[in-house]
Design a protein around this ligand. Sequence first.
Ligand code: ZN
Length: 73
Amino acid sequence: MPIYEYVCDDCGERYERIVMNGKTKVTCPKCASAKGTVQLSVFAAHGNGTKSSSGSSGPSSGGGCCGGACGCN
Ligand SMILES: [Zn+2]
């Protein structure tokens, strides 16, 4: 489900809210202001979705697409 990051227009507090639809009202947890600016969705940016080089998959060291010149390994 989409999680949006908001920045409070009044105090600058950053907070995240799960938004079921576009009409969900959010208020700042710090100052209770309803004037928040939606930032980019972060549901794909955080969590365990990052790819970490495990070594067992992908090009092995020495081979690969570039031989390590581009640092992709
Ligand atoms: Zn606030």
